[in-house]
Design a protein. Structure first.
Length: 94
């Protein structure tokens, strides 16, 4: 993660900016563009339904549950984070 918005679902779940998403609902996510797109897709399909995120934080794997909300600006599900894999230069809002 690069950013966790204040008072968003991710922040309420305890997700921190340095966390790295490893899996969404048990489906592994790679750190490249394909993995980013997969994570966004899985989270976008889960509006109002809890999503299990397996994360790496400071070398430790942890699991967090977060319920996406509908982003009024985009109409898409969002947990209020943005991140980019090392190969991308732009941020993707989840």
């Amino acid at each position: 993660m690069r950013l966790v918005e204040k008072d968003c679902p991710a922040a309420r779940a305890g997700i921190q900016p340095e966390d790295l998403i490893l899996a969404v609902n048990g489906q592994n996510v790679s750190g490249d563009e394909k993995g980013l797109n997969g994570a966004v897709s899985l989270i976008s399909q889960s509006a109002g339904e809890p999503v299990e995120l397996r994360l790496r934080r400071k070398g430790e794997e942890i699991t967090k549950m977060v319920t996406p909300r509908i982003n009024p600006d985009t109409g898409r599900s969002s947990i209020g984070t943005s991140f980019t894999p090392p190969s991308l230069s732009s941020l993707a809002l989840l």
